[in-house]
Design a protein around this ligand. Sequence first.
Ligand SMILES: *[C@@H]1O[C@H](CO)[C@@H](O)[C@H](O)[C@H]1NC(C)=O
Length: 280
Amino acid sequence: MNWPLWVGLPLLVLLYYASRKRTQPQSVQQVPSAVATSALKAKQTYDAFLVVDVEATCEEGKNFAYPNEIIEFPVYLMKWKDRIGGQASQLEIAAEFQTFVQPTWRPKLSKFCTDLTSITQEQVDAAPRFPEVLRSLRAFLVEHGVLEKTGKRRLKFCWATDGPWDVAEFVVKQAFISQIPVPDWLAGEALDVRQLVRNHLASNSKTVRGNLNISAQLGALGLPPFVGREHRGSDDAQNICRILQKLATEQVPIRPNLHINLRRRWAWMGKSGQILEDKI
Ligand SMILES: *[C@@H]1O[C@H](CO)[C@@H](O)[C@H](O)[C@H]1NC(C)=O
């Protein structure tokens, strides 16, 4: 069909203005925010993080080779608040799990231990033992959609701790003492937050001094001081959450950097849960 020129030209002009009207306000609003989004958010491939900081029995003068028994097991579930297309910068605490744990090999806490952790004998005496704590923790993770009812992972998550000890050492030792296997959902890959902070500071050419404990990490990241009491598991864990939140806003990809070796053994480990006192 041949349109006469006097119809076609005004029609083209009209279409041109109509299309400008439609697209202009959008382009003004969208372009800068899209640019800002990709500039401020890192690609985050994990859905959730389980921040845990256990406290365990300890004796003055003994190091981490000791058969420490877990006495506090706090877990904070952190999820992204703003993840779109895999990019995110805001982590928030979605739920918390809090419990003391009753030790069984040496049920009496040393003064050194109660002074260090502020956890009392009464608190651990009244607490469930480790196998029961794992059952409650599993129920908590199912309730919050982290695990399927079967115990299979529903979200892509990893355990996050200050240093490599909490899951890879304390949980492995405790499972041995309790004579139970470490569940699949507590094994696999984990995140050593302290190492992540160390790498982040190094990549920004900041000098890292000392052992970089939680307080030192907060300071190095320019955050306000430690909130609560150091060496209380729940307080330590909440401060680790603050550190992860800060790293997330600084576009650090948050993902595992540590493998949990369930076959790890210590000299005092005898046959089937037996503790060889002369090897401690
Ligand atoms: C953390 O390390 C700093 C030195 O970097 C030290 O002064 C402080 O006592 C340490 N805190 C704990 C709880 O060990």
